[in-house]
Write a protein that binds this ligand. Structure first.
Ligand SMILES: [Zn+2]
Length: 457
C-alpha cells in the first residue's frame, strides 16, 4: 500500500499520515455560508478536499468526509433584508445551487453535510462547558471566549499576541475582557433568527458551529481538518481553542491531528473582489466550459500554492481534457479482461500520495497519454494496461469523460465535413448555417488544431 504524506500546518512539515483508527479515517472541511453563488475560491476548496477524500478512500476501508453548511450568519440576514426573501428560502436555494455547481466540477457531496441550524443544541452545550471551565463568560447578552484563558492559543497560525489582537476582526466592544476575545453567542433582535438559550434568545457565532458539528459527526480527536488558507486565523485557531478548552485539553492536536490548507485563488494576478469586477462564479463558468475542464484547471497548481486563474490556465486544462478524450476514443473498445498492470511512470497515485502532488500526477498522466498515442507496433498487449491506467487516473482525479461524438455520429460528421468544405471555399454564410444546424442537433463545434470537433452542447 502506498504511504500518504501530507503537509500538516499544525506541525509545519510534511508528515507520513497515520490515521487515529485505520479502520475509519475521519476528515472535516469548512463548508460554504449559503447566501450567494460560490466563487472559484470556494470551488478550489471543494475540489481539493474531494481529491483528498478520493485518495483516502483508495487507501482505507472506511472514510467519512464531513463538510458543513453555514445557514445562520449576518451575511444571510443582510441578504434577507436586501431581497425580502425568507432566510429559509435563501439558504436552501443556495445550498442546492452550491451542491449542483460542485457536482458539475466532479466534487461529490460530502458523506455528511450538516447544517448549522440543526446543531444549535450541541453548540449551546459546548458553550456551557466553556463557561463552566472558566474559558468563556457572559457579558451584555453575549457569550465570549476569553483568549488569554488558553495558553496555547495561536499555535496553528503562529501569530504573535499583537497580530492576534489586530486580526480579531470583531470590533472592540466595551464588554470584552480582552480585545482578542471572540463571540460564541450573541443576542438576536425579534426580526433576526434566534434560539432560546441560558443567555437569552440569540444565535451562535460562526466559529462554534464547526467545533460542534465536527465533534458530533466525527468524534474527537479526528484525523484531518481542512479549509482555505484564509481560514487559518482566526476561524481555525478559534475552533481549536473552543474544542480543546471545552474538554480540558491543552494539546492542540486533541481536536484534529492534521491540518490541511489550500492556497488562495487570484484572477490574472489580482485578488478576487466584487469591487474589482473579477469575482468569478462557478455558476457562470460551468455555462462556458465543461465541468471536467474547470476541475483540471482548479487542480493544476499544487494545492498549497496560490492558483492564478486566467484564460491561459483554462486553455491548458482544455487541451489536457481533449487529449484525455482522444485517448479514450482510442482505448474504449479494448478488452479490459486481459492482463494489465499500472507502470510506475503512469501511476498517478504515487504522485498524489506525496502531499497531493497534482503537477507531478499530470506529468504522469501526460506520459500515459503520449504512450497511448504512439501506438507502437507489436505492443498491442500493453493497451489493456493503458486503458486500466487511464480509468484509474481519471477516477482518482475525479475527471469524468463526457460523451463525446468525435465524428462517430454520421449525420454530424457529414455536416462537419460540409462545413469544412464551405470554409475552404470561403463560403462563410453556408459555414455558419451548418454550425447552426449542428447546434439544433445539440452539438457545439470546436475548432482544434486537428480539425473541428463536435461536442454535446
Ligand atoms: Zn470551520
Amino acid at each position: 500500500m502506498s504511504e500518504l504524506k501530507l503537509f500538516n500546518t499544525l506541525k509545519r512539515e510534511k508528515q507520513v499520515f497515520i490515521p487515529i483508527d485505520p479502520a475509519h479515517v475521519r476528515l472535516y472541511a469548512c463548508g460554504p455560508t449559503v447566501y450567494s453563488y460560490a466563487h472559484i475560491g470556494n470551488a478550489r476548496m471543494a475540489v481539493v478536499f474531494d481529491l483528498l477524500t478520493r485518495v483516502l478512500k483508495t487507501l482505507y476501508p472506511k472514510v467519512t468526509y464531513v463538510s458543513n453548511i453555514t445557514d445562520v450568519d449576518d451575511k444571510i440576514i443582510a441578504a434577507h433584508q436586501e431581497t425580502g426573501e425568507t432566510i429559509d428560502i435563501i439558504t436552501r436555494k443556495y445550498e442546492a445551487i452550491y451542491n449542483e455547481d460542485m457536482a458539475a466540477l466532479g466534487a461529490a457531496e460530502p458523506d455528511i453535510q450538516p447544517r448549522a441550524t440543526e446543531h444549535i443544541g450541541e453548540m449551546i452545550q459546548l458553550i456551557g462547558a466553556l463557561i463552566e471551565r472558566g474559558h468563556a463568560y457572559e457579558a451584555d447578552g453575549h457569550v465570549l471566549f476569553n483568549v488569554p484563558s488558553f495558553e496555547n492559543y495561536g499555535g496553528l497560525s503562529a501569530r504573535s499576541r499583537d497580530e492576534q489582537v489586530a486580526g480579531a476582526r470583531v470590533e472592540v466592544a466595551s464588554y470584552k475582557k480582552d480585545p482578542a476575545d471572540f463571540v460564541l453567542w450573541k443576542p438576536s433582535s425579534d426580526d433576526e433568527p434566534g434560539w432560546e438559550s441560558p443567555w437569552g434568545r440569540g444565535r451562535p457565532g460562526w466559529h462554534i458551529e464547526c467545533s460542534a458539528m465536527a465533534e458530533k459527526h466525527l468524534g474527537l480527536p479526528f484525523d484531518i481538518h481542512g479549509g482555505g488558507a484564509d481560514l487559518k486565523f482566526p476561524h481555525h485557531e478559534n475552533e481549536i481553542a473552543q474544542s480543546c478548552c471545552a474538554h480540558g485539553q491543552e494539546d492542540l492536536a486533541a481536536f484534529a491531528a492534521v491540518w490541511v490548507h489550500n492556497g488562495f485563488v487570484t484572477v490574472e494576478g489580482e485578488k478576487m473582489a466584487k469591487s474589482a469586477g473579477n469575482f468569478l462564479l462557478v455558476h457562470d463558468l460551468i455555462e462556458k466550459y465543461p465541468g471536467p475542464v474547470l476541475r483540471l484547471a482548479l487542480l493544476g497548481a499544487h494545492y498549497r500554492q496560490p492558483l492564478d486563474w486566467s484564460d491561459q490556465v483554462v486553455h491548458q486544462a482544455q487541451k489536457l481534457y481533449d487529449k484525455i478524450l482522444r485517448a479514450w476514443e482510442e482505448l474504449k473498445d479494448v478488452d479490459e479482461n486481459q492482463q494489465k498492470v499500472i507502470l510506475n511512470d503512469h501511476n498517478i497515485m504515487l504522485a498524489l500520495c506525496d502531499d497531493l502532488n497534482v503537477p507531478e500526477a499530470f506529468s504522469k498522466l501526460n506520459a500515459l497519454l503520449s504512450s497511448i498515442f504512439k501506438k507502437p507496433e507489436g505492443l498491442e498487449d500493453l493497451r489493456p494496461s493503458y486503458k486500466y491506467s487511464l480509468i484509474k487516473s481519471l477516477e482518482l482525479l475525479g475527471v469524468e469523460i463526457e460523451e463525446v461524438k468525435e465524428e462517430s455520429n454520421s449525420e454530424i460528421a457529414a455536416l462537419l465535413e460540409e462545413r469544412t468544405a464551405a470554409k475552404a471555399e470561403k463560403n462563410f454564410t453556408r459555414a455558419d448555417e451548418i454550425r447552426d444546424q449542428i447546434l439544433v442537433l445539440g452539438y457545439e463545434i470546436e475548432d482544434t488544431s486537428e480539425g473541428p470537433i463536435a461536442r454535446k452542447a
